[in-house]
Design a protein around this ligand. Structure first.
Ligand code: PLP
Length: 394
């Protein structure tokens, strides 16, 4: 039973606004914030260093989150590297894979800049980039089949687009990539915690902590199936077994990929947040968010003067009010009812500008969003659209 009223008590901010920007970052539950406060007030120390009891407790709690995340994602926690966010995770792969001149990467026209720019930047290292076309928010797997070549080293694709919420057939794409001898990276920024996902069939998966997993900002992880495919890109303390003036030997992974002092409180908070997602059950979250997506879609698409771009059921809903700049619409939603939505090109310029040159307004729902909030949102868009058509109305 999905107890929404009880769940919302975990997020005090929800009583002050209608938060429909969860695709950007989610709210953090009380239990995660409490765990972070406990770290600061009771035992803050550094991770993995020092024999004193505070350092031991810190290390235990930090590593506990790796275990929790491993169980949640159904993979060996030893193959999860903590990162700052999804972008950091993708860059770790992009810069850590051993490239040879003439290697090829295939991505899609649906990507967030985080899964586009790092691959574009590899041009300097002689790596070619192919970009699969998209239609209505989907790539056709047969285009991938045609694009794969003996030079393809990596296919990289998002699981769910952040502009439209469309879901890509990543398992099928993984089979195609592997059959062609290539690896696959999946950007799970909009799927982890929102829908069931099996990640052990992919070579790399970038996972944000601060979106569907409800963790604090500044957290994320990279799943690495085979560490031999990846070198470290950042050097420093905490990653070495031995250092002499002649050189160094690295600790085994994942430690070798986490140099310096990590986001210890964030990771500890993330562990508690994932436990909440586990309690809710991701299948139930998916069902809840899909229903909200349907409600929002049905409401918005019945308003004259509103164009909806996302498919029905997507909890990431892009739309525009005819003749209105997306930012102006977002500001008005906030001003009228304290509704927080995103507007513009959503860090996905190629996709968002293909829908409308100035991008879209994007309402994105989370596990804690209520049908009542969606109703207020739809009614407010209706008022804005009718005022746009008839400036004298309110
Ligand atoms: N990929 C997708 C599909 C996203 O939606 C986002 C952010 O919204 C990112 C990557 C970047 O995520 P982060 O902010 O965690 O780096």
């Amino acid at each position: 039973m999905y107890d929404l009223a009880r769940l919302r008590e975990e997020f005090p901010v929800l009583s002050t606004c209608i938060y429909l920007d969860s695709a950007s970052t989610t709210q953090t539950p009380r239990r995660a914030v409490d765990a972070m406060c406990a770290y600061f007030y009771e035992y803050a120390a550094n991770h993995g260093r020092g024999a004193h009891h505070l350092a031991r407790k810190t290390t235990e709690r930090y590593e506990e989150t790796r275990e929790i995340l491993g169980v949640f994602l159904g993979v060996d926690p030893g193959h999860l590297v903590f990162t700052k966010n999804t972008t950091d995770a993708i860059n770790m792969a992009a810069h850590g894979i051993c490239w040879r001149e003439g290697d090829e990467v295939i991505t899609t026209a649906l990507e967030h800049h985080a899964n586009l720019l790092p691959w574009m930047a590899l041009k300097e290292r002689g790596v070619d980039l192919k970009i699969l076309p998209q239609k209505n928010g989907f790539v056709d797997p047969s285009d991938l089949q045609d694009a794969l070549s003996p030079r393809t080293k990596l296919v990289t694709v998002n699981h769910v687009t952040n502009v439209l919420g469309t879901v890509q057939p990543v398992e099928e794409m993984a089979r195609m990539a592997h059959d062609a001898g290539a690896m696959i990276l999946v950007d799970a920024a909009q799927s982890a915690g929102h829908m069931p996902i099996r990640i052990d069939g992919f070579d790399f998966v970038a996972v944000p902590g601060h979106k569907g997993l409800l963790g604090p900002q500044g957290t994320g992880a990279l799943y690495v199936k085979d560490y031999s495919a990846l070198s470290i890109t950042c050097h420093g303390g905490g990653i070495v077994e031995e250092v002499t003036l002649q050189g160094f030997t690295l600790l085994p992974p994942p430690a070798r990929f986490e140099p310096g002092t990590p986001n210890i409180p964030g990771v500890i908070g993330l562990g508690k947040a994932i436990q909440l997602v586990e309690e809710l059950r991701v299948e139930e979250i998916h069902r809840h968010e899909t229903r909200l997506g349907e409600q929002a879609y049905d409401g918005l698409s019945s308003i004259s003067g509103v164009a909806v771009f996302s498919p029905r059921g997507s909890p990431v809903l892009s739309f525009n009010v005819d003749g209105m700049d997306p930012h102006a619409c977002a500001e008005e939603l906030d001003r009228r009812e304290g509704i927080c939505v995103r507007s513009g090109l959503h860090c996905a310029h190629p996709l968002a500008s293909s829908l409308s040159p100035g991008g879209t307004v994007r309402a994105s729902m989370g596990c804690y969003t209520s049908p009542g909030e969606v109703q207020v949102f739809v009614e407010t868009v209706e008022k804005i659209a009718s005022r746009k058509k008839n400036p004298r109305s309110r």
